[in-house]
Design a protein around this ligand. Structure first.
Ligand SMILES: Nc1ncnc2c1ncn2[C@@H]1O[C@H](COP(=O)(O)OP(=O)(O)O)[C@@H](O)[C@H]1O
Ligand SMILES: [Mg+2]
Length: 358
């Protein structure tokens, strides 16, 4: 078992009637890349600020390696920070920006110089030491902000949407860089984003927030494959939502019906009671075939070509429209609007949701 570096227990933050955080309990493991993911207003920044010490909790506590730090000011916690609006000091050179946290900590000049050079190397910005921030692109400025946050070798690095102002290509490059930096340094990263792709691609573990509460947490693959609620299934990737009437049930094996067609569904540990399953079905788990090839019949309504795959919207008499994602390199049929097709899925493709009707 890895050690816990932070333990957050029942963290609650109220702003008047608003529950920005509502009884959030969370362990952060030493060295992990943990991402807080949620829509705007879900409490991500509030939680990060509480960890940093900028937003004292209304209730609950935060422990750092077993020591209660709930009432300690930010400077005693000594966490590195890269916030979206946490700009570089505009009148200082890149070198002085990175040196700043070290000078505040009264480190000797020789050490400061050496460490600044190391940090410039970490973010591949060795040639930019004497520039002013205004002479850097957005991506370069965020690299320097990262170098500054890492300069004093913090035990935890807190990042609040650090890439959100950058364009798509640059963001993707920096995601790789951040991840590789994390893996090399072994520092604990707590990363905030509202971007699901970013969360899935970089994190060891993702915590999904909504309305100040944790909805679900887990490693990316597990969260994506086994969302427990409609919110999670919808927020993390695309999903179709179906109500499947159960016609027979034997343990984990069920028979469901769509229109006149019966098909099996396995639902290990399903908590759904009653005779309707609310399921999420990922577009890439649905197979598209020629008419008669798969169990269900439909008509293509619309096709969207995305290069490596096609998104196909298929109408069916009872359910639908259903979104189907088909890899273009192994397409069984070339879908066109108006074309009759068939579709089906493996017994374990539908994921049974715990919450209400679809
Ligand atoms: N200083 C504040 N005063 C009043 N309400 C706030 C304050 N900061 C955040 N909130 C509210 O708390 C909720 C969570 O905000 P925030 O943590 O910034 O969300 P996120 O970062 O996920 O977008 C929102 O409803 C927001 O309006
Ligand atoms: Mg925020």
């Amino acid at each position: 078992m890895p050690d816990k570096i932070l333990t957050i227990a029942n963290a609650t933050k109220r702003y008047g009637p608003v529950h920005a955080l509502d009884r959030v309990s969370l362990d952060v493991e030493e060295g992990e890349f943990l991402t807080l993911l949620g829509p705007s207003g879900s409490g991500k920044t509030t939680l990060l600020s509480a960890i940093a010490g900028f937003a004292p909790l209304t209730e609950g506590r935060i422990d750092l390696r077993g020591r209660n730090i709930s009432n300690e000011p930010p400077e005693h916690r000594d966490f590195g920070m890269v916030f979206q609006g946490y700009a570089l000091f505009p009148t200082m050179t890149v070198r002085d920006n990175i040196a700043f946290p070290l000078k505040v900590r009264k480190r000797p000049a020789s050490e400061v110089r050496k460490r600044v050079d190391e940090c410039l190397g970490l973010v591949q910005m060795e040639d930019f030491a004497e520039r002013m921030p205004a002479q850097l692109s957005g991506g370069q400025q965020q690299r320097i902000a990262l170098a500054r946050a890492l300069s004093f070798e913090p035990q935890v690095l807190l990042l609040d949407e650090p890439l959100s102002a950058l364009d798509k290509k640059l963001r993707a490059d920096l995601q790789w860089e951040l991840k590789s930096l994390h893996d090399r340094l072994g520092v604990t990263f707590i990363y905030v984003t509202h971007d699901q792709d970013e969360a899935l691609s970089m994190s060891d573990r993702v915590v999904i927030l909504k309305d100040g509460r944790i909805q679900q947490q887990g490693v990316p693959d597990e969260l994506y494959k086994f969302p427990r609620t409609r919110f999670v299934a919808d927020f993390l990737g695309k999903s179709n939502f179906l109500d499947l009437p159960v016609t027979a049930r034997e343990g984990d094996e069920m028979t469901c019906r769509i229109g006149g067609t019966n098909f099996p569904v396995t639902a290990p540990g399903a908590t759904a009671s009653g005779d309707v399953l609310n399921v999420a079905l990922r577009p890439e788990r649905i197979r598209l075939g020629a008419p008669g090839q798969e169990l269900l019949d439909g008509i293509v309504r619309q096709v969207s070509y995305l290069g490596e795959r096609c998104l196909v919207l298929v109408d069916h008499a009872e359910v639908g429209p259903l979104m189907i994602s088909q890899p273009t390199w192994k397409a069984e049929v070339t879908p066109k609007a108006g074309l009759p097709v068939s579709f089906g899925w493996d017994v374990d493709a539908p994921v049974i949701l715990e919450d209400g009707a679809a």
